[in-house]
Design a protein around this ligand. Structure first.
Ligand code: GRF
Length: 203
């Protein structure tokens, strides 16, 4: 089971996948890590683990469609069964997303459908949420709006700021992502007619 990861930043979720594979708790291969930022920590983590790592500069392309065409051509060359967006901060063009329905997932730091988009921890605090968390969902053309596969919940505690709350969520993101990818790799979760199917049943 081959996995490609898209990441723009520090790459702690990528690291969780690298570590689980190294520990033998996730039976998969990371076939490539791809970024829109040459300075992404995720690329360094990939190289340190011997995984092919590539950054493409959006500015070198005339349009989002052109950028994503090249990006997904490179991804396809790595022949992944699954593409994981783990802190990939750039919008994806609808065409490659639709072409990979069911084989493209994202981890988002909120309990979707609450708080799509950016600054989720700050917004959860401002909204007075008592619970917050993270979601792994199938990516569709609807930003952060694709079918949710699994979530991890954390309490919002008195005195929390966005940093403290974000750290509590991130600690849960890592096992959530590994466990969800494990279920996908085992074929126990699939997208069918825009709904999530678990072991043949429907979620
Ligand atoms: C995570 O909070 C993820 O949910 C969000 O971006 C952050 C990426 O963190 N999409 P990292 O780069 O995996 O450390």
């Amino acid at each position: 089971y081959r996995i490609a990861v898209l990441a723009s930043g520090r790459g702690s979720n990528l690291q969780a996948l690298i570590d689980a594979i190294a520990a033998g708790t996730l039976r998969a291969t990371l076939s490539g890590v791809f970024s829109d930022r040459a300075d992404a920590g995720a690329l360094e983590r990939a190289r340190a683990a011997g995984i092919p790592a590539l950054a493409l500069a959006p500015r070198a392309f005339a349009s989002r469609a052109d950028f994503d065409r090249e990006l997904f051509a490179r991804i396809d060359a790595a022949a992944p069964d699954l593409v994981v967006c783990a802190g990939y901060m750039r919008l994806l063009d609808a065409a490659p997303v639709e072409a990979r329905a069911g084989a493209l997932v994202n981890i988002h730091p909120s309990l979707l459908p609450a708080f799509k988009g950016l600054h989720t921890h700050r917004r959860a605090l401002e909204a007075g949420a008592r619970e917050h968390g993270a979601s792994v969902h199938f990516v569709t053309a609807d930003l952060d709006g694709g079918p949710v596969i699994a979530q991890a919940r954390v309490p919002v505690l008195a005195g929390d700021d966005a940093t403290a709350l974000g750290a509590r969520v991130l600690a849960r993101e890592h096992p959530l992502l590994v466990e969800t990818v494990r279920l996908l790799a085992a074929g126990r979760i699939a997208l069918h007619e825009r709904r999530v199917h678990l072991d043949g049943g429907e979620l």
